[in-house]
Design a protein around this ligand. Structure first.
Ligand SMILES: Nc1ncnc2c1ncn2[C@@H]1O[C@H](COP(=O)(O)OP(=O)(O)OP(=O)(O)O)[C@@H](O)[C@H]1O
Ligand SMILES: O=P(O)(O)OC[C@H]1O[C@](O)(CO)[C@@H](O)[C@@H]1O
Ligand SMILES: [Mg+2]
Length: 489
């Protein structure tokens, strides 16, 4: 058994290759902290529940598919209430901030943090930060009570507002310190969690008894380690409406083509799942799977074939797909970024629609009718559905349990169906992407019957790589990921 630690993570090694990537705790840097009995112990609703409290040694494996001789592998700390807490209810001053793009479920998470703190831990001082990170130092804070947040889960967006950019570590931590805040709940995507890690480091440098806890939010599902992000199911469901409309339009015209653009800046999860859910989609294009238009095995050839076979077709395209083709065509276009430094994309939906129209304009015997639907912001702005509401509730409750128990520098996340605390650096070190040599993409290809657009060179590269086949299925194909990152840069 050995332990290595730094500010961000404590790695505990056990027998048979067991590794616990543990999260920091207040007691790592503040000695002799008082502890208190968890108020849930005397709460009639919970005290009768057998084993309601999580055992200190409970951990959750990152990989559940193992072989006879596999080492036990990486584990994360299991989330949930602990017998002892590191805050008395009256001492807690918590704040919540939402950053980055919108996502269904943000309001549910806010509501559930406020409710969990109050109903489970008797905490009444909870504040909202207005408009993302910059709100810490440029706006007044908002008081949140169970009553004021009671109905917010029925609305899309975030009642706190959100923003990109404006992360000023010193000003943010000064504000936290000046206002006596000791629990900071940060809801946001990969960029937000990077910002949370920076805040946590600064808090630790100043030796403050302040918890920094993240809740991963990303409609794109681009955060690694976790099973999926909240709002994703809602997005897939909402996308069905656009796909249905595209299908109805396409079916009603001779050689009708419906094109639907969905979100997914660097990864095509929404497009892939929306396609699998719909069954009306004939072609799904995602950033991870480069495609080409002309020639054998190209997109035009497939569109023509599909129209001849079926008389109509539906194309779903993720916004980040084909960006390298657009860049080639507009080599002189200015490379723009948003306030957080994210690359601003060109409209691939419009582009592909025009390319298809131009192609068929040269084929007078095959006139087409193409309708382009861009529902991207409509999908992001809806309230979360039932299953996402449950997911948001569990995430928020787990996060509050962890903070009260003194854990800090963590993101609350679902791993293999279990709530866990994940160190920030595991969440921020890379982005989750669709692995096109994985089973899920193969399932999509067999469902749509579209070409894979893989060139012989790509296939050879995968065949020749040193990893055994089973690792490809676990989604760890470094050769293809490297290729994808290079394409997307
Ligand atoms: N490396 C970083 N260090 C500190 N702050 C960061 C970093 N990257 C992003 N941020 C801050 O995090 C906030 C949100 O980042 P961003 O706009 O990239 O959205 P996100 O959290 O990734 O969500 P999404 O991409 O899903 O919309 C912004 O205020 C940004 O300034
Ligand atoms: O226009 P905005 O709000 O900056 O956000 C657009 C981006 O945000 C995301 O929804 C991620 O939050 C991406 O899919 C999209 O590219
Ligand atoms: Mg992001």
């Amino acid at each position: 058994m050995g332990t290595e630690s730094n500010y961000q993570m404590k790695v505990v090694k056990g027998d048979y290759g067991y590794i616990l990537e543990d999260v920091p705790h207040l007691s790592d840097y503040i000695p002799d902290l008082p502890t208190y009995d968890n108020p849930l112990r005397s709460n009639p609703a919970y005290s009768v529940v057998k084993q309601y409290f999580v055992d200190m040694d409970d951990t959750v494996p990152q990989k559940v598919v193992v072989h006879k001789d596999s080492p036990r592998g990486v584990h994360f700390r299991r989330a949930g209430p602990r017998q002892k807490v590191y805050f008395s209810s009256d001492d807690v001053r918590a704040c919540i901030v939402t950053c980055g793009g919108l996502c269904p479920g943000l309001n549910t998470v806010i509501r559930e943090i406020v409710h969990s703190l109050d109903y489970m831990y008797g905490v009444s001082k909870v504040f909202g930060i207005d408009g993302g990170y910059r709100g810490f130092y440029s706006k007044n804070i908002i008081t949140l009570t169970p009553k004021t947040v009671n109905d917010i889960h029925k609305r899309g967006g975030t009642i706190l507002g959100s923003s990109r950019g404006g992360h000023d570590k010193t000003k943010i931590v000064d504000c936290i310190q000046d206002r006596g805040i000791n629990q900071v709940y940060i809801i946001g995507g990969d960029g937000t969690q990077k910002g949370a890690a920076v805040i946590y480091e600064e808090i630790r440098r100043r030796d403050l008894k302040v918890i920094v806890a993240g809740i991963p939010k990303t409609i794109d599902n681009d955060i690694p380690v976790i099973d999926k992000s909240f709002g994703f199911d809602t997005a897939v469901e909402e996308a069905q409406r656009a796909i249905n409309a595209a299908h109805v339009e396409a079916e009603s015209a001779e050689n009708g083509i419906g094109v639907v653009k969905l979100m997914g800046r660097y990864c095509g999860f929404i497009a892939m799942y929306a396609t699998l859910a719909s069954r009306d989609v004939d072609l799904c294009l995602i950033p991870e799977s480069p495609f080409y238009l002309e020639g054998d095995g190209g997109l035009f050839e497939y569109v023509e074939k599909r129209l001849k076979e079926n008389g109509h077709m539906v194309i779903v395209i993720a916004e980040g797909a084909g960006q390298e083709l657009l860049a080639e065509e507009n080599a002189h276009a200015k490379k723009e970024q948003d306030a957080s430094g994210n690359k601003l994309l060109q409209d691939v939906g419009l582009w592909i629609s025009q390319k298809i129209r131009d192609h068929f304009a040269q084929k007078p015997n095959m006139p087409i009718t193409l309708k382009y639907i861009d529902p991207t912001y409509m999908i992001r702005a809806v309230p979360s559905n039932g299953s996402d509401n449950v997911y948001c509730t569990l995430l928020a409750q787990s996060c509050v349990h962890g903070a009260m128990a003194g854990y800090t520098g963590f993101t609350s996340g679902l791993v293999n169906g279990r709530q866990t605390y994940i160190p920030f650096n595991r969440i921020t070190e890379k982005q989750n992407m669709v692995v096109i040599t994985d089973r899920m993409w193969a399932r999509l290809l067999s469902s749509t019957n579209q070409p894979s657009f893989l060139r012989v060179k790509d296939i050879e590269e995968v065949k020749n790589e040193e990893h055994p086949q089973t690792q490809l299925l676990d989604g760890d194909n470094d050769v293809l990921k490297k290729h994808m990152y290079e394409t997307l840069k």
